[in-house]
Design a protein around this ligand. Structure first.
Ligand code: ADE
Length: 242
């Protein structure tokens, strides 16, 4: 997977990306990151990339030409790269979208700042508009890192253990079961007995039930779309009666 990020704060993207599992995958050549500083494509020698909004109002708007020039320079031979503009006005990001985007060979991200970006350049270059949730951040850099992280771990070879992205929260529409490791007793709390029993079928069932319990308690909305078998439904019914 090749990522290209157009931003006014490329160092923030590079730091975030290179500090973790994504950085290690980049060293292995499974991922790559290229950051383009939009300010390098400013219209004047002062590096201005924003201006007052037409129609008045508070704040500044990022101008179209520097962004377009940065895009043109980055794009090379690719006639229409898939370019995601990060905005609270976008479609809300989730695991299914991460999986879909992970199938691309190349993704571009445009990080906005100030009050927004001139709509005309978005119409010209953005193929997707994505939000990471119903709150407003100061810029698109953190959302871009969130997307790249979630997408990267879906790319084969990025996680050491190919299994470790499988049983996780959201992959099957449920929250994940709790985890335990040594010591066996911590502050008077023992590890659940069943996990030390070595009985794999019972452990699987216990974990499934803890997933269901958590999901019912914290995110009951997820149960409507989750894939549930007869045993799951019986267990949920038992919980709801209790
Ligand atoms: N830019 C500012 N806030 C954002 C959000 N919630 N999601 C994506 N991009 C943003």
């Amino acid at each position: 997977m090749r990522f290209t990020v157009l931003s006014l704060f490329p160092e923030l993207i590079e730091q975030g990306f290179n500090s973790s599992i994504t950085g290690r995958a980049a060293e292995k050549g499974i991922l790559s990151l290229r950051c383009i500083n939009i300010r390098d494509y400013a219209s004047d020698a002062y590096g201005h990339v924003d201006d007052y909004p037409y129609g008045g109002g508070a704040g500044m708007v990022m101008q179209a030409p520097p962004i377009y020039r940065a895009y043109e320079a980055a794009r090379g031979e690719n006639p229409r790269p898939r370019l995601i503009y990060l905005t609270p006005q976008g479609r809300v990001f989730n695991q299914a979208l991460a999986q879909e985007l992970a199938r691309e060979e190349e993704l571009y991200f445009l990080c906005g700042h100030y009050e927004g970006v001139d709509e005309r350049v978005l119409e010209e270059i953005a193929t997707d508009r994505i939000s990471i949730g119903d709150y407003v951040l100061t810029g698109g850099e953190l959302p871009a890192l969130v997307l790249m992280d979630a997408i990267s771990r879906m790319v084969p070879g990025v996680l050491g253990n190919e299994d470790s992205s499988r049983g996780e929260s959201f992959m099957d529409g449920l929250l994940e079961h709790p985890h335990y490791t040594r010591p066996e007793v911590f502050m008077g709390r023992p590890v659940p007995e069943i996990l030390r029993s070595g009985h794999h079928a019972n452990i699987e069932r216990y974990r499934r039930e803890e997933s269901l319990r958590r999901t019912l308690e914290i995110r009951p909305d997820l149960l409507e779309k989750a894939e549930l078998n007869q045993a799951d439904l019986s267990f949920l019914e038992k919980l709801q009666k209790a």
